[in-house]
Design a protein around this ligand. Structure first.
Ligand code: RB5
Length: 172
């Protein structure tokens, strides 16, 4: 697979280890930077990696910063990204299986390298489980991408979902 890989200056060393790991598994890495440990800003690289995924140059994206928070939030601002900050295998599996996540973020100074590698492997290898429920949830997420003007301050944006809840259409 083609993986877009981005990081900030705090974790360039970890990003390179991740890159080597991905290549050893036969993946193609599109490294969008940053490339050294000179002070920079994570939104630049979150956006770059996310755009590679959305425009189809990459199949999936992986982004890293110190905590993983800043760069994940940045990447998720790009319409079309379904991203998750992941620190464990269960979450990596859930993100792909249920929400067909196309990008994950990890904290290179929070999570150990072997766990990061296992998380990324799980994310890549897990198959999306296409069900009507998952499709409907993903559509709701995509609607948020396209409805920034409609949903900001719009108290009625989720009225249809709330009405279904009231009608007892949701069951666990
Ligand atoms: C450094 O900019 C640090 O804030 C960053 O790597 C990250 O931890 C943010 O979430």
């Amino acid at each position: 697979m083609k993986i877009a890989l981005g990081c900030d200056h705090i974790v360039t060393d970890t990003k390179m280890q991740v890159s080597d790991h991905l290549k050893s598994k036969g993946h193609q890495v599109i490294d969008v930077g940053t490339y050294d440990m000179t002070r920079t800003h994570y939104p630049i690289f979150g956006k770059k990696a996310a755009e590679k995924v959305v425009n189809g140059e990459a199949d999936l994206g992986v982004v890293l910063c110190g905590t993983g928070v800043g760069i994940s939030v940045s990447a998720c601002k790009v319409p079309g990204i379904r991203g998750a900050l992941v620190r464990d295998i269960t979450t990596a599996k859930y993100a792909k299986e249920q929400l067909n996540a196309n990008l994950i973020g990890v904290g290179g100074r929070i999570t150990g390298l072997h766990v990061i590698q296992a998380v990324i492997d799980t994310f890549i290898e897990t198959k999306y489980k296409e069900t009507p429920e998952n499709q409907a949830l993903i559509k709701k997420l995509s609607d948020l991408d396209h409805a920034a003007e409609n949903q900001t301050g719009n108290e009625h944006f989720f009225d249809d979902l709330l009405a279904k809840w009231e009608r007892g259409e949701y069951h666990d």
